[in-house]
Design a protein around this ligand. Structure first.
Ligand SMILES: NC(=O)c1ccc[n+]([C@@H]2O[C@H](COP(=O)([O-])OP(=O)(O)OC[C@H]3O[C@@H](n4cnc5c(N)ncnc54)[C@H](OP(=O)(O)O)[C@@H]3O)[C@@H](O)[C@H]2O)c1
Length: 345
């Protein structure tokens, strides 16, 4: 165990893409747990597009305060404990943020700290069985309600959430059209994740490409990107389509001046009597165990492949978050700080 704790603290609200200079990397003493608390050494950090939103202002959670560590989901090992429910050596999951060590009383900003199931790796706990896997599961099944034979379009299809949506929709008997950036990602979406087709949006002509793959229209749109890609999907809705508005990463770095004037094809929602619904996966927390069970069953049947993109070096936190916005990540973006089991205090 080292004797210092490094933390990335928010210095100023980012304008546009995040810069290292939006944060301060500080060194402090390792905190000491008090009565009813435990000390966690963070081993794996999760990187999620929503973190950009949390830095910019209030969203579905209050904005990260200036001077606070950047909020992020994480896995860590309990190093010392004065808490009856957590014992040294245990792997735990919680919103521990961009810091190497954290003292917890068992509650974080997004919910309670939980023990990582012994049969699950930290990478799986943050990915396929974590927020992105559960977002895919509940967003698609609860809101998208795909029926066998439906055509499903998924943007961000090579990403952590999108790649699970592709595979769950395939397992439910749908025709699946992915949309991703570049031929390499599209090949993975088709050949590994099993989509029937994958459209490389960087090649342009997305609306026409969807039409060519789905001449009768699209029954379910699982939207991760927004902007022009979303507009292209709206142009191709089938009657009574369900549009799951999961995210819109293409606009998360926008300043007020950049904001696009809007969608050209939104009236197709009316013409096609479609339903558009947004959701925040944290609302499904009481049902997370059900989602994990369903995803684990698909995985056991060999129907759920995962890709994890693991960065290294705590000093690389801002650069690792930027990767999501540069399309550099392949599957779930993580940063590994240490390999458990770690020595105890
Ligand atoms: N509603 C919820 O509760 C919830 C929960 C989790 C995630 N989400 C949303 O789900 C989406 C995916 O999140 P994730 O964690 O799974 O990330 P991810 O898909 O693993 O990574 C982000 C991907 O977005 C694509 N991208 C980035 N900028 C883009 C742009 N300007 N145009 C088109 N594509 C762009 C890149 O893929 P390409 O290389 O293919 O461009 C990048 O790899 C995000 O919108 C996120 O906010 C929502």
């Amino acid at each position: 165990m080292t004797d210092t704790n490094r933390r990335w603290l928010l210095k100023s609200r980012p304008q546009g893409a995040i810069k290292d200079s939006d944060f301060d990397l500080v060194e402090t003493d390792i905190p000491t747990p008090g009565e009813g608390e435990f000390l966690v050494r963070v081993t794996h950090l999760s990187f999620d597009p929503t973190q950009r939103g949390w830095l910019g202002g209030d969203t579905y959670l209050p904005a990260v305060r200036i001077g606070d560590p950047v909020r992020a989901g994480a896995i860590g090992q309990v190093i010392a404990s004065n808490h009856p429910k957590f014992r040294p050596g245990q792997l735990v999951q919680g919103t521990f943020g961009w810091q190497e060590y954290v003292v917890s009383n068992g509650m974080t900003e997004t919910g309670p700290v939980s023990a990582v199931h012994p049969g699950i790796t930290p990478e799986q706990a943050l990915g396929i069985f974590g927020i992105t896997g559960l977002t895919a599961w509940f967003g698609l099944t609860d809101l998208g309600k795909p029926q066998p034979g439906d055509t499903v379009v998924v943007s961000g299809a090579a990403g952590a959430t999108g790649s699970v949506v592709v595979q769950v929709a395939k397992a439910m008997g749908c025709k699946v059209i992915g949309i991703a950036g570049g031929p390499e990602k599209c090949a993975w979406v088709r050949d590994v994740a099993g989509a029937d087709a994958c459209i490389d949006y960087r090649a342009g002509g997305v609306a026409a490409a969807i039409r060519a793959e789905a001449p009768k229209g699209v029954n379910v749109v699982f939207e991760n990107v927004g902007g022009e890609i979303f507009d292209a999907a709206l142009a191709n809705l089938a009657l009574r389509a369900r549009v799951v508005l999961c995210g819109g990463i293409s606009s998360y770095n926008d300043t007020a001046e950049d904001r696009s004037p809007g969608l050209r094809n939104y009236m197709n929602i009316t013409v096609m009597r479609a339903r558009v619904e947004g959701f925040i996966v944290l609302d499904y927390a009481p049902r997370f165990a059900e989602g994990v069970q369903a995803l684990a069953a698909l995985r056991a049947e060999g129907k759920l492949k995962t890709a994890e993109d693991v960065a290294h070096g705590f000093e690389n936190c801002p650069a690792t978050l930027r990767r999501l916005f540069e399309g550099k990540n392949f599957g779930k973006q993580l940063l590994k700080l240490a390999d458990p089991p770690l020595p105890l205090a």
